[in-house]
Design a binder for this molecule. Structure first.
Ligand code: URA
Length: 220
């Protein structure tokens, strides 16, 4: 994946490009047909210097209407799960693989992910967190560059360059399948323990380590 060139930023080192510059580049995006049916672009929300970035799949109806990620039923569940990890929503940064709602909440299509994911990549480079929590299959596939399913991947951390990646079930899945709730709670408890056991690794500007994995593709 080609790195997005952000005007005004020569080297685009980790943490160098502010989220506002990435948002400006996205503009009134018309790069894929989802622009025809969306109400609002849902860029992302939260602490621009968070230790934890949460990556979901795509906006749903409530997010499309409000322009904010995870404000519907899945968002309420996410808030409760963050609490288990000892985190508030405003302490993390929350975004999605797709910035526009797929009609009827269908799955994201490969060509939509191809157009939209460079912006996710730049958001993550901007925040430069210690941990990326992937909610469900689409986020996990993109971040870990895997075709393996979430059921076999969840429940442990993976390292990809600078980042520690925790794949978990999508919170919406636990609304329809109660058996997933216990796994989600265990995984967010694991996140809380990990954060307690690993003090902050330094500011974004200090993070100059080379990176493997999907997020900084093209830079390994
Ligand atoms: N589901 C997602 O994956 N993202 C949202 O923002 C809302 C629901």
């Amino acid at each position: 994946m080609a790195m997005l060139k952000i005007p005004g930023y020569e080297n685009q080192r980790p943490g160098e490009v502010p989220l506002e510059a990435v948002r400006d580049l996205l503009g009134d995006c018309r790069r894929c047909p989802l622009c025809e049916t969306r109400t609002n672009i849902v860029f992302g929300d939260g602490d621009p210097h968070a230790r934890v970035v949460i990556v979901g799949e795509a906006p749903g109806k409530n997010e499309d209407l409000s322009g904010e990620p995870f404000v519907g039923a899945a968002g309420k569940k996410l808030d409760a799960l963050l609490q288990i990890a000892g985190l508030r929503r405003d302490e993390v940064y929350i975004c999605n693989v797709l910035k526009c709602r797929p009609p009827s909440n269908r799955d994201p299509r490969p060509e939509e992910i191809a157009e939209c994911s460079p912006f996710l990549r730049e958001q993550i480079r901007s925040v430069w967190p210690d941990v990326i929590v992937c909610l469900g299959n689409f986020a996990t596939r993109f971040i870990l560059r895997t075709e393996q399913g979430i059921t076999s991947l969840r429940g442990r951390f993976y390292e990809t360059g600078h980042f520690h990646v925790l794949p978990v079930f999508h919170p919406a899945a636990a609304i329809y399948d109660r058996t997933k709730q216990a796994s989600l709670e265990a995984d967010f408890a694991l996140l809380g323990r990990w954060l307690a056991e690993h003090p902050a690794e330094g500011s974004a500007a200090a993070g100059t380590a080379p990176v493997a994995g999907a997020v900084p593709a093209g830079e390994e």
